[in-house]
Structures are given as structure tokens and as C-alpha cells.
Ligand binder design. Structure first.
Ligand code: PRP
Ligand code: URA
Length: 209
């Protein structure tokens, strides 16, 4: 699929299978999501540009590679995005964070915004929007369109599971935004849930239902 990277790493696939299992506890689900987010973060940042700085090791001076440009921004789509965010911040502690609060209307499946807070200077930073689930893509596209309105230009979207219908909708609305996911599932059911999926990510993370 166009501009979609499926992260095939065996550890990602193994952990995802445990998360999908309906008998996996809330505590294990949260821990696995945090662990997977480290591996996904590694993939989504794989091609970041480096620059050389002069440092002194105990042995001699050298030109050492460090990340080029301004600090990254991780944009968490609430609630479930926070499960990915935590692990990503473990790996990139200096990243700035945006929060986009959205929930899906259960009848229309449209995304309803209830909160938005982002760093002021998005225009010259790489923004990585995160949400475990890309179902209809109404939430991810609403969040990213909001980030674009705030000035973001260089954006990537990272999720755990995507539905083919969601990828198609996302592509139509945001042709320039790369998608990273651990799996593309079969389809959406009549209620807009990913099949086989893992159920409601927020509920499974926080034990709500
Ligand atoms: C879930 C999920 C995504 C959205 C995906 O959130 O975390 O944000 O659904 O569905 P979509 O692609 O069809 O928009 P939900 O609306 O259940 O809110 P929550 O995270 O607060 O539980
Ligand atoms: N949101 C979820 O949490 N799960 C789905 O399968 C679809 C949307």
C-alpha cells in the first residue's frame, strides 16, 4: 500500500498477538503497548537526519553524530495514544508533546474534539501523531488536520493496527502523511471496529467498559 510501512519485527508481532488475546489482563496490555511503542518508535525514526558535533572521548577528540534539527513532537490522540506516547518518550525523552482529545461518536463514527494543546512552533519540527487504532481514520485525520492548522508540515502517523478502509480514507484526505503500523487487519465490522483487531484500545488499556 502507498506510503504505508508495516513493522514486521518478530518481537512486535509476538507482543501484538498477546495484546489481541481477550484473556490478556489490563496490566499486561498496558505493559505490552509500552514495550511495542519502543520498537515502533525505532522504526518511525529510522531515517532521521544526523549532523556531526565535536566531542572529546577519554581518548581523543572526534566528530560524533547527533540528531539534526529541532526537537521532535509526539502528538498523542487521547485516550489510547497515551499508551504509545509513554514508551516513545522513554526512547526520546527530549521530545515535545501535543495532546489531541477526540472520541468517536458511536452512531456516526465521526470524531468529536474535546481538547487540544500543542507546542507553539510546529512548523519546523517533525510531528509524529500516535494512536493505536486506525479504524475509519476519522480520528487520526481530524487530529492531523488540526496539527496542520497549527502549522505542522512534516507529519508521520504511527499506529498498532489499521483497517484497509481506514488506510484508504486516510490516503484520500492526507496523501502526504506516511503511515507506520504493526498490522493491517481484515476489515471493519458494522460498528466500525477492526476485525480481528483487539477490541476497544482505550477500554483495554484502562479497564473501562
Ligand atoms: C479509539 C482509538 C482511536 C479511534 C479510532 O478511540 O483510540 O482514537 O477510536 O477509530 P477511528 O479510526 O474510526 O476514528 P475512542 O474514540 O474509542 O476514544 P478513547 O481513546 O477515548 O477510548
Ligand atoms: N477504536 C478501537 O479502540 N478499536 C477499534 O477496533 C476501532 C476503533
Amino acid at each position: 500500500m502507498d506510503n504505508v510501512t508495516v513493522v514486521q519485527h518478530p518481537l512486535v508481532q509476538h507482543k501484538l498477538s498477546i495484546m489481541r488475546d481477550k484473556n490478556t489482563s489490563t496490566a499486561s496490555f498496558r505493559r505490552l503497548l509500552r514495550e511495542i511503542s519502543l520498537l515502533l518508535c525505532y522504526e518511525v525514526t529510522r531515517d532521521l537526519e544526523l549532523t556531526a558535533v565535536s566531542i572529546e572521548t577519554p581518548m581523543e577528540e572526534m566528530q560524533a553524530p547527533v540528531l539534526k534539527g529541532k526537537k521532535l513532537v509526539f502528538a498523542s490522540i487521547l485516550r489510547a495514544g497515551n499508551g504509545l506516547l509513554e514508551g516513545m518518550l522513554d526512547l526520546v525523552p527530549s521530545a515535545r508533546v501535543a495532546h489531541v482529545g477526540l472520541y468517536r461518536d458511536h452512531e456516526t463514527l465521526e470524531a468529536i474534539e474535546y481538547y487540544y494543546k500543542a507546542p507553539g512552533d510546529l512548523s519546523d519540527r517533525l510531528v509524529i501523531a500516535v494512536d493505536p487504532m486506525l479504524a475509519t481514520a476519522n480520528s487520526a485525520t481530524a487530529a492531523i488536520e488540526k496539527l496542520k492548522q497549527s502549522g505542522a508540515k512534516d507529519i508521520r502517523f504511527l499506529c498498532l493496527l489499521a483497517a484497509p478502509e481506514g488506510i484508504e480514507n486516510f490516503r484520500k484526505r492526507l496523501p502526504d502523511v506516511p503511515i507506520y503500523t504493526a498490522a493491517i487487519d481484515s476489515h471493519l465490522n458494522e460498528k466500525g471496529y477492526i476485525v480481528p483487531g483487539l477490541g476497544d484500545a482505550g477500554d483495554r488499556m484502562y479497564g473501562t467498559k
